[in-house]
Design a protein. Structure first.
Length: 347
């Protein structure tokens, strides 16, 4: 990316002057977080020149050589992170520390989960390739369903589960796992972490609510990487896609270091996930059903654009509602908003 030049109006002619030396050192900082080069340049220009109308920012962006037709999307990127706000038709850069520390916290959480998953799966690889006796591969659909039902039927105290959520085509039949509701009815404790995709599928979400209404404790995490069922401390079942992607195999893990590792992976997800609110909870004011849904989407890692699509509103409406919630709870960042909402029982 070339050095960014700002535009000055002098006697009706456009002059150019380079940004301060520190701007050059910052080049690429926001791109490293996944933002576009246009968004990064727009933020630096707003920091240097102060609040700008979109037309003024467009003029200052012209000498950078970056595509101006993507500026609106770039501003939306910055607004989604909380780095830019819009008031009275003018765009203003916001202090970056709190916003980016929230991003850093989320990345650190994902890195920790990836590390723990790598440790557990590496144990599986080493032990399984050596012919470990405590690992059994189930490669037929009938046996796979029987093993899944066995978890729920044989559980004495608790079942822990990781669930990626609905995958594949829209014609697939979704249903609660065989034996789950019966186990819940007889008092078995269930803790389940669902992938964020469940929030986008009304049928899958309705099935999850059925289990929650029976006593299941459900949470949501944006990056659930595998499907696992753990029966007490006795055995676990890992569901993996078959090589041709047309079916699934199951791996049954008996007591071993690998089973301990899978339990550890689950507990790591559980600590970082956010609760899935019950569909029947009575809520008021900004903690309305839609407000809680917005908070759940936000905590699960969905972008403002995705949240707007799910709620059927504009991105500006999403940003306005988030800002109102932050004001109500005294939260300066979205991370703080999640913490405060959790303390009030809104999540």
């Amino acid at each position: 990316m070339h050095v960014i030049n700002a535009v000055e109006e002098r006697g009706g002619e456009r002059g150019r002057r380079a940004l301060p030396a520190w701007a050059g050192r910052l080049r690429g900082s926001l791109q490293a977080l996944g933002l576009s080069a246009t968004a990064e340049a727009a933020y630096l220009l707003l920091v240097e020149h102060g609040p700008q109308a979109l037309a003024g920012l467009t003029a200052r962006m012209a000498p950078t050589g970056l595509p101006l037709d993507g500026l609106r999307d770039a501003v939306a990127e910055l607004g989604g992170l909380g780095l830019v706000s819009a008031t009275g038709g003018r765009l203003s850069a916001q202090p970056p520390r709190a916003v980016l520390e929230s991003v850093a916290e989320r990345c650190a959480r994902q890195a920790r989960i990836a590390h723990e998953s790598a440790t557990a799966l590496s144990r599986y690889w080493l032990d399984h390739t050596a012919g470990a006796s405590y690992v059994e591969v189930v490669d037929t659909s009938e046996r796979r369903e029987a093993v899944q039902a066995r978890v729920h039927e044989e559980a004495v105290a608790q079942v822990r589960a990781l669930c990626i959520g609905p995958v594949g085509g829209g014609d697939q039949e979704l249903k609660v796992g065989p034996g789950t509701l019966d186990a819940l009815d007889r008092g078995i404790s269930y803790r389940v972490v669902y992938g964020a995709d469940i929030l986008r599928d009304p049928k899958a979400l309705d099935l999850a609510y059925q289990c929650v209404d029976r006593g299941e404790q459900a949470r949501v995490c944006p990056d659930v990487a595998l499907n696992v069922l753990v029966c007490d401390e006795r055995f676990a079942v890992v569901f993996v896609a078959a090589p041709d992607r047309r079916g699934h195999h199951s791996v049954v893990v008996q007591p071993s270091g690998l089973l301990d590792g899978l339990v550890g992976v689950f507990e790591s997800y559980w600590r970082t996930a956010v609760p899935l609110p019950s569909s029947g909870e009575a809520v008021t004011s900004e903690a309305s059903a839609q407000g809680r849904q917005l908070l759940a989407y936000l905590s699960a890692g969905l972008t403002d654009q995705s949240i707007a699509r799910e709620l059927g509103v504009s991105m500006r409406t999403v940003a306005r509602r988030i800002a109102r919630l932050q004001e109500m709870l005294g939260a300066k960042t979205r991370f703080q908003l999640g913490v405060q909402a959790g303390r009030r029982g809104w999540l």
